[in-house]
Design a protein around this ligand. Structure first.
Ligand code: NAD
Length: 381
């Protein structure tokens, strides 16, 4: 019996437009799903680039206005891969039209806008998810299993950082294609909403709610030419952010992110220390989970480097044979698989819009704390 199709309409053909197209294409080859995603239509504003994208990735049709895409009766899912300032408008319109919505992270520009998105999506009752893809690195998912099994015991510390080095040059403009991340009007914030949002999402998932934060931020280069206006304009994003946090479970945490750490391209690392065991993970070595268990016999105690590639590790039975690695792009394949499973079962896969709003609240508290120099309580979704 042939499975029902779910027709996807994607908005944006940049970096994420490519990772998502790749995931929608590949997922059916590896996962048995209740529905088959179909690359039905792609939307972008530049017709020539859009055509090249559709031809390369196999999208059946195209639209140059996302509103037209949402109006189409043959589209079931709207997938949002545009800069942050457009997420809310597109997601709300899609929800009102009864479409399922997959939205890139961060959910919104800030908490209040995220609240509106959650209200609309829940009122529409449609399946929804935000692409915090690092939850679906098998080693990170495995860490979640170990924590949920209680292996670490009481958690004392959570530590995460996300370091890059691509904005150090003062000659780099802000705004426009690719550089919208440096323009607060398009991005909402700098490293806090871009990189730390990933660290925060993973942390909330692994370690529960955060209660309060104390942060500092810095904008190292105060003015940059804006690509769209040609004018030298004030830079309003945070180039670097470090914050302390207290979690609801009593653990203490440190988070750090910058785009000024020379030599680091995408160094996302996390470590959790519990009373019985600790775990550590590093995106540059993403298929390994470091695990230390104090209950091991004393003279054998030490950090284990677990190669998370075996059939009984999360997601890995779907891929090749034990010992063979998968990578970054597969996290998006896993996310599509879980989303479609959720549509089938009616239990929407996380993070939902509401889950992602929790991350937005942490980001708001972090930025407010940095501005005021005060500890800030975190609102809960
Ligand atoms: N999950 C992750 O790991 C991850 C990684 C990178 C980016 N992101 C998120 O994905 C989103 C997109 O980032 P990106 O790196 O792909 O950016 P990008 O600049 O590479 O691509 C953005 C795309 O959106 C298009 N676009 C902008 N406004 C549009 C509009 N009004 N209508 C139609 N198309 C429009 C642009 O033309 C471009 O194709 C952002 O929210 C970003 O935070 C997530």
């Amino acid at each position: 019996m042939s499975k029902k199709n779910l027709n996807v309409g994607i908005v944006g053909y940049g970096f994420m437009g490519r990772t998502h197209a790749n995931a929608f294409r590949k997922v059916v080859n590896f996962f048995d799903l209740p529905y088959t995603p179909v690359l039905k239509a792609a939307c972008g504003r530049d017709e020539e680039k859009l055509k090249a994208y559709c031809d390369r990735w196999g999208w059946e049709s195209s639209e140059t206005d996302w509103r037209k895409l949402i109006e189409r009766k043959d589209i079931d899912i709207i997938d949002i891969c545009t800069p942050n300032d457009s997420h809310a408008e597109i997601a709300i319109a899609a929800a009102r039209a009864g479409k399922m919505v997959m939205c890139e992270k961060p959910l919104s520009m800030d908490g209040p806008q995220g609240e509106e998105m959650v209200r609309e999506i829940e009122k529409a009752g449609v399946a929804n998810m935000v692409w915090y893809n690092y939850r679906r690195v098998p080693a990170v998912t495995f860490a979640k299993q170990l924590i949920d099994e209680g292996r670490l015991g009481r958690i004392f510390h959570y530590r995460a950082k996300f370091l890059q080095d691509w904005t150090i040059s003062a000659e780099l403009p802000q705004g426009g294609a690719g550089l919208w991340r440096l323009d607060a009007a398009a991005a909402g914030s700098g490293v806090t909403g871009d990189l730390l949002a990933h660290c925060i999402d993973t942390a909330l998932w692994l370690n529960g709610n955060m209660d309060s934060v104390s942060a500092m931020t810095e904008t190292f280069i105060k003015q940059r030419t804006h690509s769209l206006t040609g004018q030298v304009q004030e830079v309003k994003i945070d180039d670097a952010c470090a914050f302390l946090a207290r979690f609801g479970n009593g653990s203490l945490a440190t988070f750090e992110s910058t785009r000024y750490a020379r030599g680091h391209k995408a160094l996302y690392t996390l470590e959790i220390n519990g009373e019985n065991a600790s775990i550590a993970w590093d995106l540059h070595d993403l298929h390994r989970l470091q695990y230390f268990d104090h209950r091991d016999r004393g003279n054998l105690r030490g950090w284990r480097s677990i190669h998370v590639t075996d059939g009984d590790h999360p997601y890995m039975s779907k891929w090749w044979v034990p010992g063979l690695q998968i990578g970054y792009e597969h996290t998006f394949v896993h996310q599509v698989a879980d989303f479609i499973e959720g549509v089938g079962s009616g239990q929407f896969a996380s993070p939902t819009f509401r889950d992602a709003l929790e991350t937005q609240y942490v980001c708001d508290a972090v930025l407010d704390s940095a501005k005021t120099g005060q500890w800030r309580d975190v609102k809960h979704a």
